[in-house]
Design a protein around this ligand. Structure first.
Ligand SMILES: Cc1ncc(COP(=O)(O)O)c(C=O)c1O
Length: 384
């Protein structure tokens, strides 16, 4: 499929097309496409004057959000629970999965805290061990991880970020998922730095629970995200948190006082509260845009920009690319150790290249609507 990047930018990201900023910070906060902005304004106005809201503005909004999230990962809407962020999905896993004294929750150093603290604290409360494998030269020891999965019977859960927020290292989650499945180990993935720049087919890749905020690479508002829960777990797992919307009976607004605590039989059992319709409406719209443009095309475009970063690093030995060169082990997070990181960051800022410094590295995180010219400009500023 052909993709006219300039026409797309003119429509969805006019500020980018006008050159107001070179936005390379999708690993931090995703800009909202015009269509989501428009919807937030129109829906927000109705929210301010709620007598304008109709029934179509409520449950169908969430249903569309679940359907689009499901389509993006090739799951069914029944597997999707809307979540206000990644942490909430990780908590659902850390608190609902069965593990106890003597069991091990396995992860790696270098994880973002949202995928560390929930496990650390849940493991402590249950008398389980939360084990972090050390990094080797900035990268997780994937072979060591596989060895542990294959040989240590105490491991009950493996919890990983698909893509590292700072090094950009991408795990082979298909291989790890298959190894976990073969040994009855629960596999939990924080997908926030992977999904969007990468495609994911959960019908082929075994994951038990996947947590994904959509505020970064999925170009949606803060306060939006989703969790995927594998079919077989839906009936087995009970949420720790209880509100009212997770109860099937709450769908009947005429029978609130029946007090039937039975959960929804799908992933909605993990949606505990009244969620933000404005945000989830915009999320549904942004995810719809991904489906329209095509996840495979998006992946190919991000990869082509990342390929340029690899070529650049090869030509500039004074700049260390911390992100793996192997395309199978990277996504959209590109991390560099330059000779003088603060100075490089200043040069980028002066040229309006939005980026982040993380763990002593300059992090560039381009998306599919960025151009080769923008990428080359940023790389040149790193080297100067
Ligand atoms: C790997 C990873 N997980 C989670 C988060 C954020 O978590 P939440 O969506 O709960 O704010 C980030 C944000 O930087 C991240 O990089």
């Amino acid at each position: 499929m052909s993709f006219d990047v300039h026409a797309f930018r003119a429509k969805e990201y006019p500020w980018a097309e006008r050159g107001e900023a070179v936005y390379f910070d999708h690993a931090a906060t995703g800009p909202l496409p015009q269509r989501a902005r428009d919807l937030m304004v129109s829906y927000g106005l109705k929210r301010a004057e709620p007598f304008r809201l109709t029934m179509d503005d409520f449950f169908p909004v969430f249903a569309r959000g679940r359907a689009n999230a499901a389509a993006l990962v090739n799951a069914q809407p029944r597997n999707i629970a809307l979540m206000s962020n990644t942490s909430h999905g990780v908590n659902l896993a850390a608190r609902a999965l069965p593990y106890g004294p003597g069991d091990v929750v396995l992860s790696v150093h270098g994880e973002f805290p949202a995928n560390v603290y929930p496990w650390m604290i849940a493991a402590r409360r249950r008398g389980a061990e939360h084990r972090l494998l050390p990094l080797i030269d900035n990268w997780p020891d994937e072979a060591g991880l596989m060895h542990a999965i294959e040989t240590d019977p105490r491991i009950k859960v493996v919890a990983l970020s698909w893509v590292s927020f700072w090094s950009g290292y991408r795990f082979d989650i298909a291989a790890i998922g298959a190894a976990c499945k073969a040994r009855g180990i629960y596999f939990v993935v924080d997908a926030i730095q992977g999904l969007g720049p990468l495609t994911l087919d959960l019908a082929k890749t075994h994951v038990d629970i996947l947590a994904c905020g959509t505020q970064k690479w999925l170009l949606s508002p803060w306060g939006s995200g989703f969790a995927y829960v594998r079919d077989e777990l839906l009936a087995e797992l009970e949420p720790e948190e209880v509100g009212w919307t997770a109860q099937a009976g709450s769908g009947d607004f005429g029978a609130f006082l029946d007090y039937d605590p039975a959960w929804h039989d799908d992933a909605r059992r993990f949606e505990v509260i009244t969620l933000d319709y404005v945000n989830f409406n915009a999320m549904a719209e942004s995810l719809g845009m991904f489906l329209e443009v095509g996840p495979a095309l998006i992946e190919a475009r991000v990869r082509a920009l990342a390929d340029r970063a690899v070529e650049f690093a090869d030509a500039h030995p004074e700049i260390a690319l911390v992100t793996p060169r192997d395309p199978a082990h990277r996504a959209g997070v590109l991390s560099f150790r330059t000779v003088d990181v603060p100075a490089a960051s200043q040069r980028l800022l002066a040229a309006k290249v939005t980026h982040t410094v993380r763990e002593g590295c300059v992090r560039l995180s381009p998306h599919f609507y960025n151009t080769v010219e923008e990428m080359d400009l940023a790389l040149e500023l790193l080297a100067r």
